[in-house]
Design a protein around this ligand. Structure first.
Ligand code: ADP
Ligand code: MG
Length: 294
């Protein structure tokens, strides 16, 4: 491949809304045969909104929203933003700022709000702290997940207090992008830290059969490595929230321009508008650019 031809490919990429880290990236792009897609913020918009709120017996909805909203306000996760802004709207008061805050990647958040020790996140976050969910709340979580909605369990002072449903929407272009990627010969795989039922619902909506769900951020890297060990050349598309390490390990990291700075740093190629269909343009472009050189 001559440097000039590669530079032409890079320039054309910019016109399409693709930022390419270096000319050598085109060569990797041409070779990928597998594409791992992170769910939240990549296949879905990641612009989530707060839906139904379920309280445990004896818990006030307003209190649940205030404490969970106050805590989540300190996190940048798409789920957290939905909880915080939904809670602020529904309680009409300022949310209390946490005196103490810990992000637990892939599971949720914990911290001290209004003198209470609050947890918000996956059921596992509560279970790990020795807190079990009453039947009504675990039923609410299962129902939400079956509908493709993410459920956030909330506990304080050692007891489960409620469940907040958060809805995300699949990007309009995702199903078409998956079909195009398949047509280009790539094997699509959905990867997410979210619940299995939510993951399956999203996969069905976009036509993906292979799903890895409930994968912790550090294990996302392992999923990529296993595929590479099988001899696959792996592209990974993500938004940088809990998937930056996987983006870096993949043969080709595709970062959503709508995601975090960490994504753009870890990726080889940035899809400026966060549209997965542009990934197929990038693959076509790289194949064309390099074939004209040969
Ligand atoms: P994904 O793989 O879909 O991009 P993440 O790995 O970032 O998702 O998170 C996995 C799951 O952990 C989320 O679907 C959500 O259920 C839970 N979670 C993560 N962060 C938070 C948070 N700040 N508040 C509540 N739940 C969270
Ligand atoms: Mg993500």
């Amino acid at each position: 491949a001559t440097p000039t031809a590669l530079m032409v490919g890079t320039g054309r990429g910019a016109q399409l809304g693709i930022l390419i880290k270096g000319p050598e990236v085109l060569e990797t792009t041409r070779r990928v045969d597998t594409i791992v897609l992170d769910k939240t913020g990549t296949v879905t918009t990641g612009r989530m909104t707060l839906g139904a709120v379920h309280t445990a017996a004896g818990t006030e909805e307003a209190e649940l929203l205030r404490l969970a909203g106050g805590l989540e306000h300190a996190s940048g996760h798409p789920v957290a933003r939905a909880v915080a802004s939904g809670a602020a709207e529904r309680t009409e008061g300022a949310l209390p700022a946490p005196a103490e805050f810990t992000d637990v990647p892939g599971l949720g958040v914990r911290g001290a709000v209004d003198g209470r020790q609050v947890l918000a996140g996956r059921a596992r976050l509560l279970e790990d702290a020795g807190i079990s969910l009453p039947q009504t709340l675990s039923d609410a979580m299962a129902d939400a997940a079956a509908q493709g909605r993410t459920a956030v369990a909330v506990a304080w002072d050692g007891e489960a207090r409620g469940v907040l449903e958060v809805a995300d929407t699949v990007k309009e272009s995702s199903a078409q992008a998956v079909a195009q990627l398949r047509a280009l010969g790539l094997r699509p795989i959905l990867l997410t830290g979210d619940n299995r039922a939510v993951a399956d619902a999203v996969a069905r909506a976009v036509g993906i059969e292979e799903v890895h769900a409930e994968v912790m951020p550090e294990d996302k890297v392992e999923v990529i490595r296993r595929l590479q060990a099988e001899g696959r050349s792996v592209a990974m598309a993500g938004d940088g929230v809990n998937d930056a390490a996987a983006l870096a390990v993949a043969d080709l990291g595709l970062s959503m321009g709508t995601g975090t700075d960490a994504a753009i740093e870890a990726g080889d190629l940035t899809l400026v508008r966060g549209d997965l269909k542009v990934a197929t343009d990038a693959i076509r472009l790289s194949r064309r650019t390099l074939s004209t050189i040969r």
